[in-house]
Design a protein around this ligand. Sequence first.
Ligand code: ADP
Length: 422
Amino acid sequence: AATLTFTFSHGGPSSTNKGRFILKGKGNTQFTRKNEEETMDWVLSWRTTLFSLLEDVPSHLRSLVASISIDGTSATTIIVDSNTGEPIWRPFLYNESCPDALPIVKSIAPPTHTVCSGSSTLCKLVSWWNIDGPRKESALLLHQADWLLWLLHGKIGVTDYNNALKVGYDPESESYPPWLLSQPYAKLLPSVSAPGASIGHLKDDIRTQFGFPGDCVVCAGTTDSIAAFLAARATEPGKAVTSLGSTMAIKLLSNTRIEDARFGVYSHRLDDKWLVGGASNTGGAVLRQLFTDGQLEELSEQINPAEASSLDYYPLKAVGERFPVADPGMAPRLHPRPESDVEYLHGILESIARIEAKAYNLLRDMGASGVEQVFTAGGGAKNEKWMQIRERVIGVPVSRAVQTEAAYGAALLALKGYQNAE
Ligand code: ADP
């Protein structure tokens, strides 16, 4: 399922942050490759959701909306007509793989580049290009957030450097690399702004229809997961966010950029710093297989987090791990199971904490800034005992992130765009 998050930020000239409100829309329609008409409904539902969210902004607040930004799902790709802005092909969703394009992409890109994955935006572009599709001459590539923002500002062909990473953009040199620019489909690539940079004013017709102010700016967006990181306000190098959802994803702000395709580790640019990320297959999905959420709470209560568990597991839902150990054949290890469920859960939580610590250590060994503080998001963040175990095992302060909604992070970007536009 794709998630769209629309964020509206407002503030007056004398106060940059009088208040902001955040509206969120989710699209959960099933995607099928067979029925093109049905899949074209995706873009229709995104557009409809966007406008119904605008409609939802209480009318007395509309005149206060100073800037708008949107985060979208990374690598959700739309091919549009550059004259009309309308999609000319069904959207490629974030998780769709294009194995047909992968060998071609691997033959042109550097070996460890993030585009060398079947679901990268570049593989989607190459796959579409190689279909004898219509209207290649006037085609243009946009990401989900770019297209929705275009509906608001009307300047076709603008993206941000977070969304553009998976199509091959180099945020360090602030350009598309020569190996990409020499390809025939390079003319489809959008121009790239910094996330949060003001792109233009809200289109007149939308402004008057809804009653937004004349100087309301529309700012470049970012990806969903980066927006969620921004929400935690981890603004110093060494600050990190661990998402304990079905899987465990870690993101660390670093002074240095690191990449290692073996572990699926890559860096997004955030102004003058780098957001380094990696994702393990361990996480809450295993807990859910063994315990209900109610049991998790009840058993966790009885754990003494100051005491180290000697049980050494590698909790996985299925065979295969990618980070901090790259081993597609790794088997889950959840035995021996002690008689006490409290001890068992303690062993699992402690083992996941060890994997988390190992992940941060690996990032440091690869050259990233060392972790100094961890904020926590996701379903596992509500577990206070686990937080204390993790603090002991990782050896740095661990707390729950106050804000974890991606929409909040996009609101911070919109605020930045408003301040810079002034
Ligand atoms: P996702 O969005 O990846 O599906 P969520 O962020 O909604 O995941 O988190 C759901 C996960 O949180 C579940 O896998 C569940 O096992 C785990 N979870 C729920 N409650 C607790 C708890 N008290 N302690 C640890 N994990 C929990």
